[in-house]
Design a protein around this ligand. Structure first.
Ligand SMILES: Cc1cc2nc3c(=O)[nH]c(=O)nc-3n(C[C@H](O)[C@H](O)[C@H](O)COP(=O)(O)OP(=O)(O)OC[C@H]3O[C@@H](n4cnc5c(N)ncnc54)[C@H](O)[C@@H]3O)c2cc1C
Length: 413
């Protein structure tokens, strides 16, 4: 884990101006307010990418993270070509590819691993320069952290609330301290405290879906390497891909509202659920370390009226968390982060920058939230509706499916 850019409190002086600005972009029209340092709450994918994107443009910023260390939430993650193009612009795409596994194809299959849908990532690479990369979350976060100006991230800093006026924002923390900044970027995840203060009462959608996630050390046969495969059958789903040599990231999705444990243990339940599925699902599950399997209750929330108010802006899951069925939540966070930095550099005021960022990002991010909800329903179908689904997808011309992927992979900024 890269730690050189992280200052564990209380060892550091808590003052926002401690991040030295790099040389400003020569053509940028930055107002006085812009030159005050920014403050990001949350050191997840959104917060770290936003910090890097701002620093690359010479804009000073500090990240406050509540955890005592930058801890990855979850096992692996798929970074699709839209996120990889952003990483390219930030100069770290090659590093991320080297730390993960660039994939050759993405497939939805049935219980016997027969394709329902397949997209060839080579054509995607020719068009966008990158395929989807599967990577350990810890490695992704390390790659981002290592690029930040030393001292950018303050740990053990949990926001409790904020006030704002025409000069900037004042943020309070659980340790009794306050920090002042020119603007506040809330990258504090799906249960964002900042969103709770700005737009209380976001309507969460309860899906009843539970996703179990893990990493297994297992060597896959060559035809299953460098691929994402997701099996949809019998009302459950099993997705997997390599994230390093002989290391497989996997997830199980099932409709199990409120279930937290199983009488014979989780692993026994999973092995039983997938006993009729073809190789390699059982070997992957058998190699799993049960205590390290992660449980996620899957939810998202209805669109909130705006992502910003005055000098405060929400990004990533704080603004538009989606269910995981498009594998896009983190990628959308990465897009937000870059677009935000671009707008802060280009616009004359913080407020205009936040409005411009939403114009760039809102339609696409909400498209992902909506489509992911539908994919969630479709993937869990059983019996005749599942057979009909498979028939429709198998007979849909590939150019139509590729068009849908292209829409997601294309950046509009
Ligand atoms: C099962 C599953 C699989 C997924 N797979 C993929 C995938 O393959 N590809 C993909 O792109 N996305 C995927 N996602 C979505 C992705 O994980 C999220 O969209 C992404 O992590 C959001 O990043 P974020 O930085 O906005 O929020 P988070 O990752 O939640 O980070 C928020 C950070 O803020 C900190 N924080 C919270 N409150 C405070 C506070 N008050 N003060 C200070 N700090 C605070 C937290 O400690 C945390 O570090 C998946 C999600 C799930 C559930």
């Amino acid at each position: 884990m890269a730690t050189k850019n992280v200052l564990p409190l209380p060892d550091c002086a808590v003052f926002l101006a401690l991040t030295p600005p790099r040389t400003p972009h020569p053509y940028a029209l930055i107002s006085l307010a812009m030159q005050l340092p920014g403050l990001i709450i949350g050191g997840g994918i959104a917060g770290l990418t936003a910090a890097l994107a701002l620093q690359r443009r010479g804009l000073a910023v500090t990240v406050c993270e509540s955890a005592p260390e930058i801890k990855p939430l979850g096992a692996g993650i798929w970074m699709a070509p839209n996120a990889m193009q952003v990483f390219h612009r930030l100069g770290i795409a090659d590093k991320i590819n080297a730390a993960g596994v660039p994939l050759r194809n993405i497939q939805v299959v049935d219980a016997q691993m027969r394709p329902i849908m397949r997209t060839d990532q080579e054509r995607v690479r020719q068009r966008f320069g990158y395929t989807t990369t599967a990577i350990r979350r810890a490695r992704l976060q390390d790659a981002l952290l290592a690029e930040l100006v030393p001292g950018t991230v303050l740990l053990n800093k949990t926001l409790t609330g904020f006030t704002q006026d025409s000069a900037g924002v004042r943020v309070s923390f659980t340790d009794g301290t306050t920090l002042e900044a020119g603007y506040l970027v809330a990258a504090d995840g799906i249960h964002s405290a900042v969103r709770g203060q700005l737009f209380p009462g976001a309507r969460f959608a309860s899906t009843g879906h539970i996703v179990w996630r893990g990493i297994s050390e297992v060597r896959l046969r060559p035809e299953f390497q460098q691929s994402i495969m997701e099996a949809w059958a019998q009302g459950v789903r099993f997705g997997f891909s390599e994230i390093a040599d002989d290391v497989v990231d996997w997830f199980v999705g099932e409709y199990a509202p409120g279930v937290t444990t199983y009488p014979n243990g989780l692993k026994a339940h999973l092995l039983d659920t997938f006993r009729n599925f073809a190789y390699p699902i059982l070997p992957i599950l058998e190699a799993a370390d049960e205590p390290r399997i992660i449980r996620n209750e899957i939810t998202d929330f209805d669109p909130i009226p705006s992502w910003s108010q005055g000098k405060v802006c929400l990004i990533g899951d704080a603004a538009h968390a989606s269910t995981p069925y498009m594998g896009q939540g983190g990628c959308q966070a990465v897009e937000d982060a870059f677009a935000l930095a671009q707008c802060l550099e280009q616009e004359a005021t913080v407020e205009r920058a936040f409005a411009a960022m939403q114009r760039l990002r809102r339609a696409k991010a909400l498209h992902i939230v909506r489509t992911s909800r539908i994919m969630g329903q479709v993937g869990y179908l059983q019996h005749a509706p599942a057979a009909l689904r498979n028939f429709i997808i198998r007979t849909t011309p590939s150019f139509i499916i590729e068009q849908q992927f292209r829409r997601v992979y294309t950046l509009n900024f």
